[in-house]
Write a protein that binds this ligand. Structure first.
Ligand code: 3HC
Length: 306
């Protein structure tokens, strides 16, 4: 029977019943729970546009995407529960602000082009961040990521196709797309977390092979991937320092506003109160469904062995 250190050293998967350091378990609960919370809260910004979509096709695509996010949240709560936590408690921690969710979902979706930009940039950033997590050392998390990443690819492509269509439209539509890019570009870079030098968790998470790349490495990968896509789309990324650096073989880019990230993470973003209030209300409104399901389960529970 391999020890935890042998499992990590051999690049194998830690499974729920394996011996593991309490710090590893706590880190996995923290990261998986906050990831799950992000998926559930992430349904709100785009959910607003389901009833406002310009066509039945766009409505159907957006409905499918938002439903996917709900499913991602449920897979991830299930992965967290393999570590002995309870999703009702995790939901309580989210609603009472004792656990986080991704900063990106605290920005408003001011126009329909935001739906396309969220697909292109936010889901694109999610793919950069989550594909390596398919090789994360904790088995249930890595396995959940494999299916989530397949669905995120659809999310990113539908967003980019929506924007391509708008960019072939009127000047007003092209302006809507550029305005949305201007508002979502920097918050998308902040999704990857603080710079490595200010990331208290990265070193340990890399040592435990939870993270396979650092925050800055993934942020750089995202910028390098997105610049040519922006050029093909015909939009300008709002960063005057953005340029190809042949020596580095990467794009140089400006410094995100880390004070803004700190403010948004600590609850002072444009939509934090609204997002949490909506989640709290949905949880309360759904209490009767949970009670009914529990009553049904108790009524039909198999007779206890005498
Ligand atoms: N939003 C909110 N909190 C953030 C954050 C962000 N963008 N970036 C960092 N933080 C928090 C961290 O959670 C940590 O706080 P904690 O210790 O109380 O949890 C603190 O800031 C310091 O950051 P670190 O870099 O040290 O923390 P991590 O090592 O956990 O790295 C992370 C942060 C990169 C977000 C990492 O947790 C991660 O990769 N998580 C899994 C992916 C994820 O959660 N993505 C969120 C988006 S969900 C999504 O993409 C849905 C899709 O449909 C769009």
């Amino acid at each position: 029977m391999s020890t935890f250190d042998e499992i990590i050293a051999a690049d194998q998967r830690v499974e729920p019943r394996d011996e593991m350091p309490e710090g590893y378990r706590k880190t996995m609960v923290r990261q998986i729970a906050q990831h799950a919370h992000s998926e559930i809260i992430g349904m709100q910004p785009e959910g607003y546009w389901i009833t406002r979509a310009p066509s039945l096709r766009r409505k159907a695509i957006l409905l499918a995407k938002v439903q996917d996010e709900a499913g991602h949240g449920l897979y991830l709560y299930a992965a967290a529960e393999t570590l002995g936590v309870d999703r009702a408690d995790l939901t309580e921690r989210l609603i009472t602000g004792r656990q986080k969710y991704s900063s990106i979902f605290n920005y408003p979706t001011l126009g329909y082009a935001d739906v396309g930009v969220i697909g292109w940039l936010v889901d694109g950033a999610a793919i950069c961040n989550q594909v390596p997590l398919c090789r994360s050392s904790f088995g249930p998390y890595a396995r959940a990521m494999i299916r989530i990443c397949k669905e995120e690819s659809f999310h990113q492509r539908q967003g980019y196709e929506l924007l391509m269509t708008m960019m072939r439209g009127t000047d007003a539509q092209r302006e809507m797309v550029q305005d949305a890019v201007d508002r979502w570009w920097w918050p998308s870079l902040m999704m990857f977390g603080p710079p490595d030098a200010n990331s208290p968790n990265t070193a340990q998470s890399m040592a435990w092979k939870i993270k396979r790349h650092t925050n800055d490495e993934l942020r750089q990968k995202f910028v390098d991937m997105t610049v040519p896509q922006a050029e093909r789309l015909g939009v300008t990324l709002p960063d005057p320092e953005l340029r190809w650096n042949p020596e580095r073989g990467h794009h140089d880019f400006g410094e995100p506003d880390w004070d803004e990230l700190k403010r948004v993470i600590s609850g002072d973003g444009p939509c934090n109160a609204e997002r949490l209030e909506r989640r709290r209300r949905a949880h309360e409104d759904g209490a009767w469904v949970r009670e009914a399901a529990l009553a049904h389960a108790r009524k039909h529970a198999p007779e206890k062995e005498a």
